[in-house]
Design a protein around this ligand. Structure first.
Ligand code: NAD
Ligand code: TYD
Length: 339
């Protein structure tokens, strides 16, 4: 079994590669990644010498390069994590989101049609469903919830999902889609809420909370997401969408306060800043389908997962401090300088 994992030098893709190489020592894993600002080759250093692993620096939009890789490796399955993934960046510059998230998906699926695969899996997001009101805790996203996007990021992911289903119906491509809630855990890029707050708190810097911090996200430990995708690849039904989430809704402000407490930092570091444009209020996943059909359940509860995550950031300062000292600094100044 050869699996092509795109975007594997990013947060969830790298965790997925570690999971798959650990669980299936007989599988060959090829990681294709463009190494954008969010891709970090050092993350993959623990597996670089594994004879069952190969890294290829490539853009998923590069049709010729992708076809050549398929000719060399003949992957049985493709798992597409490669994407521009940060909502705030999509508000600043949508174009690259449409390029990578939609057209890149098309190139990968064209390669799958040309060379043949047993499964193309699209890693999507709960953000394609838009948001839910705070005063209706009974409402959850199911796979039947209509697509209703808010940001250029979520619109690009939704467009890709529609294209994936179109390739299934029109060309019979054996596809599956997963739509997961917010992930947290090791190797999370330090511009996203949880790692940003950990890094800033450790440096006694302000903790920028958008609006009033009342927005709710449904957090899942990254390893549980990887296990769910593994299950979908092996047991999921072709042509189906699976929602992934662990019923763990938290307000942003409560997460930031929890991080302050865990790091013994004062809540006076919390700074309320101008809200994100079009900010989704609440995400909440109904994971009934993946639970009943595939037996998936989250294994790491938030109380444990967040402590493990904070420990990881304390033990791996070099990983994130190197990132913070680079191009990311300019980004930070641009996004938070006048906020
Ligand atoms: P990330 O930004 O950490 O990593 C993305 C990776 O894709 C990086 O390694 C980057 O170099 C690579 N990449 C970007 N453009 C590329 C291109 N054109 N060609 C090849 N590689 C390219 O993102 P993440 O948080 O790991 O998310 C991975 C996937 O999971 C995305 O598709 C995202 O939409 C989805 N997702 C993320 C979350 C979350 O909470 N992070 C939740 C649900 C779904
Ligand atoms: P983020 O990690 O960007 O994920 P997403 O927007 O895809 O859910 O943000 C999570 C939540 O945290 C979201 O409601 C926006 C909020 N947020 C802040 O309040 N401050 C910040 O500096 C960041 C990056 C996010």
């Amino acid at each position: 079994m050869t699996i092509l994992v795109t975007g594997g030098a990013g947060f969830i893709g790298s965790n997925f590669i570690f999971h798959m190489l650990g669980k299936y020592p007989q599988y060959r894993i090829i990681c294709l990644d463009k190494l954008t600002y969010a891709g970090n080759l050092s993350t993959l250093s623990p597996v670089m010498d594994n004879p069952n692993f190969r890294f290829v620096k490539l853009d998923i939009c590069d049709r010729e390069g992708v076809y050549q890789l398929f000719e060399e490796e003949h992957p049985d399955m493709v798992v597409n994590f490669a994407a521009e993934s940060h909502v705030d960046r999509s508000i600043e510059n949508p174009e690259v989101f449409l390029q990578t998230n939609i057209l890149g998906t098309q190139v990968l699926m064209d390669a799958c049609r040309k060379y043949g695969i047993t499964r193309y899996h699209q890693v999507s997001t709960d953000e394609v469903y838009g948001d839910l009101p705070l005063d209706r805790p009974d409402l959850l996203f199911t796979e039947e919830t209509p697509i209703h996007t808010s940001s250029p990021y979520s619109a690009s992911k939704a467009a890709a999902d529609l294209l994936v289903m179109a390739y299934h119906r029109t060309y019979g491509l054996p596809v599956t889609i997963s739509r997961c809630s917010n992930n947290y855990g090791p190797y999370h890029f330090p511009e996203k809420l949880i790692p940003l707050m950990i890094a800033n708190a450790l440096a006694d810097k302000p903790l920028p909370v958008y609006g009033e911090g009342l927005n709710v996200r449904d957090w899942l430990y990254v390893e549980d997401h990887c296990k769910a995708i593994d299950l979908i690849l092996h047991k999921g039904r072709v042509g189906e969408v699976y929602n992934i989430g662990g019923h763990n809704e938290m307000r942003n402000i409560d997460i930031v306060k929890l991080i302050c407490k865990a790091l013994d930092k004062p809540e006076s570091l919390i700074t309320y800043v101008t809200d994100r444009k079009g900010h989704d209020m609440r995400y909440a996943i109904d994971p009934t389908k993946i639970h009943t059909e595939l037996g998936w359940l989250p294994e790491t509860m938030f109380a444990d997962g967040i402590q493990k995550t904070i420990r990881w950031y304390l033990d791996n300062k070099t990983w994130w401090q190197t990132i913070i000292s680079g191009e990311y600094q300019n980004y930070y100044e641009k996004m938070y300088g006048n906020r």
